[in-house]
Design a protein around this ligand. Structure first.
Ligand code: ADP
Length: 330
């Protein structure tokens, strides 16, 4: 009997996860491992929702967003009892290694399985790009392209009124989506959790722009921004919008992009990244390596200890922020 390898997707889904699943299954077959799909993340693992997968099971999915293995959150898995049940299930099915495609919460869960003797390999899949030890996580590029498309449309409809268009994007703790998409959209203001926010400064920047004849402004707001000067009611973009209206002559229009950022056909970058990372993760598993996450750094795939990766904090590349500051100040 060939050695068995489990594959699951966990936490928030991200476009490109299917490309990773497809490669993981086919790479497993290439390395003479028997791939097993585990449905609904750790929740499904505990409940025994798993089955062997063939190459045909992953046909025609590379272009699809979401994850054919489904995803879930499991509070039970966070308990010692839940984790014991997960390990028992893997042992019962003779699955010796496990590929976990997800974000940092999923990686914490993976590490706890490694500590119980299951060889786990983490593949970073989250649109937030908040995982250290990789330049980008799977799904980020698609998400920022989705934001860019949306802002392009907002620009099209922006008429010659003096208006500020606030676009709230995902990123509870990380400004990556806001910063990248803001740069790509030529945003006038980008608000991210990593940079202290002074709303009066934002208002005076907008007022100056109006005085200089600018008819509309694009403001990209990360959902994790906490505007201290605002009234605390509603989403950050709503609060900031009201504040701007109270302090300037501008009308505001708010767009909260929400879950559309999670969907859509993955971009070239996400498909290729997912394929490379998944192949490498399975190759490591075939060699009997576990307790690692795989990432791509400077275009090279690399493995990092999960424990090390989880102790790091992903740093936003502030060069991008400085570039935005220069471009939006002129
Ligand atoms: P993401 O992987 O996208 O960050 P979550 O944070 O929701 O998503 O994590 C996904 C799942 O991973 C959780 O539902 C839980 O079952 C498991 N998990 C999260 N944190 C831990 C932890 N500290 N220990 C064990 N399992 C965890």
């Amino acid at each position: 009997m060939n050695r068995r390898i489990g594959i699951l997707t966990s936490g928030g889904d991200a476009p490109g996860m299917n490309a990773a699943i497809r490669t993981a299954v086919r790479a497993a077959l290439h390395f003479n491992l028997e791939p097993w799909g585990i449905f609904r993340g750790y929740h499904g693992l505990i409940n025994g929702e798993l089955q062997p997968m063939t190459s045909r099971d992953v046909s025609g999915i590379i272009q699809r967003g979401g994850t054919i293995l489904k995803s879930a959150r499991s509070d039970l898995f966070k308990t010692p009892e839940g984790r014991d049940r997960a390990v028992d299930m893997l042992r019962k099915h003779n699955i010796e290694s496990l590929i976990v495609i997800g974000g940092d919460g999923s990686f914490r869960g993976a590490l706890s399985l490694q500590e119980k003797g299951i060889n786990v390999l983490g593949i970073p899949g989250t649109i937030d790009n908040d995982i250290p030890c990789t330049d980008f996580s799977i799904g980020f590029d698609t998400a920022v392209n989705t934001v860019m498309d949306a802002v392009n449309k907002i620009r099209d409809t922006a008429s010659s009124h003096d208006r500020a268009y606030l676009v709230e994007v995902m990123g509870r703790h990380s400004g990556y989506i806001a910063l990248y998409s803001g740069l790509a959209c030529g945003a006038d203001v980008i608000l991210i959790p990593e940079v202290p926010l002074d709303l009066d400064e934002v208002c005076s920047k907008l007022a100056t722009a109006v005085d200089e004849g600018k008819t509309f402004n694009i403001i990209v707001v990360a959902e994790g921004v906490r505007p201290a000067q605002a009234d605390g009611n509603g989403s950050p973009a709503m609060q900031i919008g009201r504040y701007i209206e109270s302090k300037t002559s501008l009308e505001t229009r708010i767009t909260i992009l929400g879950h559309i950022q999670r969907g859509g056909a993955p971009t070239v970058r996400d498909r290729v990244l997912a394929s490379r990372l998944a192949y490498y993760a399975v190759e490591l598993a075939a060699r009997g390596v576990g307790g690692k996450m795989v990432g791509e750094v400077d275009q090279k795939v690399a493995a990092f200890d999960l424990a090390y990766a989880l102790a790091q904090e992903k740093q936003l590349n502030m060069d991008y922020y400085r570039l935005y500051e220069v471009l939006s100040a002129i």
